[in-house]
Write a protein that binds this ligand. Structure first.
Ligand SMILES: [Fe+2]
Ligand SMILES: [Fe+2]
Length: 197
């Protein structure tokens, strides 16, 4: 059956500036069980970790409600995270895995100021990029499923890197003082530079 809501969401997210349109989604239906990719590797992305797609959806939509100034930015990113959740979920199902539950929101951190909200969002994006990169090094052979999975990770990492870039730019502009910005991001600075360049 045609899922019109899903098609509309695809079209909407594709035209938003919060997704990297240069990198395409793979066809995850081509993934197969026991073909060099284990579904368990993806579970943290839809569980309660601080880098999970559900955690980021809840974090950004709640931050959107509190910090009006960055509402559009955060909702735009949250919509892309919903597509990420759906993409990872489809991959897990195709690989023969189970969808984990229940969910705990213990890692959803909102922050009490605009700067703190942006800093928390930046930290989440970095943790997510590093999680997806940690899966990339698990492959030992180039099966059909591994090739699809590599493209899925490439897409996810490209989008998270774009989110990091947009959030960092907003933080930098709102602080408007190089020294102050450096002390806010502290130890994260080298990773921000690494992933947005
Ligand atoms: Fe994501
Ligand atoms: Fe993201």
């Amino acid at each position: 059956m045609i899922n019109y809501v899903d098609r509309m969401a695809d079209a909407l997210v594709d035209v938003l500036k919060y997704s990297d349109s240069e990198v395409e989604w793979p066809e995850t239906r081509g993934l197969r069980p026991n073909d060099g990719v284990r579904p368990e590797w993806l579970y943290p992305a839809i569980e309660s970790s601080d880098y999970s797609e559900i955690t980021s959806i809840l974090q950004y939509t709640q931050q959107e409600a509190v910090f009006d100034e960055i509402g559009e930015l955060l909702l735009g990113i949250a919509l892309v995270e919903m597509k990420h959740y759906a993409g990872v979920r489809d991959a897990i199902v195709a690989l023969g895995g189970k969808l984990p539950q229940p969910y705990s929101s213990k890692n959803v951190k909102i922050g009490t100021s605009l700067v703190e909200a942006l800093t928390l969002a930046i930290e989440s994006e970095i943790a997510t990029i590093e999680f997806y990169k940690s899966i990339e090094i698990k492959f030992s052979q180039d099966t059909d499923s591994v090739i699809i999975m590599k493209q899925l990770l490439k897409k996810l990492i490209a989008d998270e890197s774009l989110h990091l870039k947009l959030l960092n730019r907003y933080l930098k502009d709102s602080v408007n003082d190089e020294q102050k910005y450096n002390s806010i991001v502290g130890e994260w600075l080298s990773k921000i530079k690494l992933y947005i360049e």
